[in-house]
Design a protein. Structure first.
Length: 228
């Protein structure tokens, strides 16, 4: 009877020890497989040099022209939800439009004018895991864009490319690779093919621009967190 009483007396003291050992041996919360996570992120980069064709109307007489664009920066903010191998996000992106040269028929001159574009997109991605913390992703986005092109004139006084604006639909294709630095932190490299609507400049002469595709490279960061 005494031996049983002594053994029973040791049980309350052993409970804290067993609890501590269980806590140390259990995997951390982030190592458990989550059902779905939310994330916020950003990316910065440059789009490549592009030529933006235009048709200039001098009151019934038309001439073909183009804006030669220099490399320029862009940035984006993202908020989304991530499953096991899929992502759905909202993205706001803003980029510069920087002129390098203007051309009309056989006349060409350098220019340093600049303006901007902005997009709001809903993006859907497939993101399979490759190995360790490395994964690839591919996705499509669709949404709305606002484009503004600057006023550009020749040295002879011809305001052949007036200020042009357009709001309309836009889409993008994005491919990339991501590395998970820690459970909540990931960095990625991405290539984006972005289509913007073609703006129009009123007046005489007037200028109409075709829809334009931009190729852009960017470096980004995502912070992942559990939702409510």
């Amino acid at each position: 009877m005494k031996a049983r009483t002594r053994q029973t007396a040791h049980i309350p003291g052993a409970i804290p020890i067993l609890t501590a050992l269980a806590a140390l041996s259990a995997p951390p919360a982030w190592a458990q497989t989550p059902g779905a996570q939310y994330y916020a992120g950003l990316h910065l980069g440059q789009h490549s040099r592009e030529t933006w064709p235009a048709s200039v109307d001098f009151g019934g007489v038309r001439a073909d022209g183009a804006l030669e664009l220099a490399r320029a920066s862009h940035a984006g903010l993202m908020l989304g939800r991530q499953g096991q191998s899929t992502r759905l996000e909202l993205e706001y992106q803003r980029g510069r439009v920087k002129l390098e040269r203007i051309t009309l028929a056989n006349i060409s001159e350098g220019s340093s004018a600049g303006s901007h574009y902005a997009t709001a997109m809903l993006n859907a991605y497939w993101q399979p895991r490759l190995t360790g913390g490395l994964s690839a992703f591919a996705g499509l986005g669709a949404g709305w864009a606002s484009v503004s092109l600057p006023d550009a004139s020749f040295s002879n006084g011809c305001h052949c490319f007036g200020p042009a604006r357009k709001r309309g639909s836009a889409w993008q294709l994005r491919l990339g690779a991501e590395y998970k630095l820690a459970p909540q932190h990931a960095v990625f490299l991405a290539w984006t093919r972005l289509r913007l609507p073609g703006p129009h400049a009123d007046g005489t002469p007037s200028a109409s621009y075709r829809a334009q595709h931009f190729n852009a490279a960017s470096l980004g960061y995502r912070y992942l967190f559990q939702g409510p």
